[in-house]
Design a binder for this molecule. Structure first.
Ligand code: SF4
Length: 171
């Protein structure tokens, strides 16, 4: 395992599925090399555990490291509720994150805190993210622009494929 100080340490990762009862019984355990991060074997472990112990799983709980769109979508598509904190990386920025904007699915558009519409412009990159943008002139005249964007081209918001799953889990 690579250490934070740049050194190496002989080690491994262990991954567990634990029954959510008071007894906290370990149902499945997996040992992997250290480069296998927590989120990677999660789905295999869950589905193996369901099959091995004939469980009708209704919910899965995990910490932030499990909160990828792939994991959450796969669970929810199987009728399993994912109770996993979804990190909002944009909160690190000084301007408002996308969570300040409301998505309107029927019109496929976002609405900003000032009530202005951000229309879908194009698909960005191989991951299929969608770009939504507010009109440049509207943003440049907006009284709260300083809190919203540093751009002179209008505020942008990105929407990932499967974002609706994250929105449900966040709620
Ligand atoms: S800067 Fe643009 S997107 Fe942001 S609140 Fe103002 S009008 Fe809305």
């Amino acid at each position: 395992m690579h250490l934070k100080n740049g050194g190496l340490h002989l080690g491994y990762h262990t991954h567990y599925v634990v029954a959510g009862s008071k007894r906290r019984i370990i149902l499945t355990a997996l040992v992997t090399p250290p480069e296998v991060t927590d989120n990677l074997p999660m789905l295999d472990l869950i589905f193996h555990t369901r099959w091995r112990w004939h469980l009708l799983t209704s919910q899965v709980t995990g910490d932030t490291t499990y909160g990828t769109i792939e994991n959450i979508k796969a669970l929810e598509d199987q009728g399993i509720r994912a109770y996993i904190p979804v990190p909002n990386w944009e909160e690190r920025y000084e301007v408002w994150s996308a969570s300040h904007f409301r998505y309107e699915p029927q019109a496929d558009q976002y609405r900003c805190p000032q009530g202005q519409i951000l229309q879908r412009v194009e698909v960005i990159g191989p991951d299929g993210r969608q770009l939504y943008r507010a009109p440049t002139s509207v943003c440049n005249d907006c009284p709260v622009k300083g809190q919203c964007t540093t751009s002179t081209q209008g505020r942008r918001v990105y929407r990932h494929v499967g974002e609706e799953y994250l929105e449900r889990v966040r709620s």
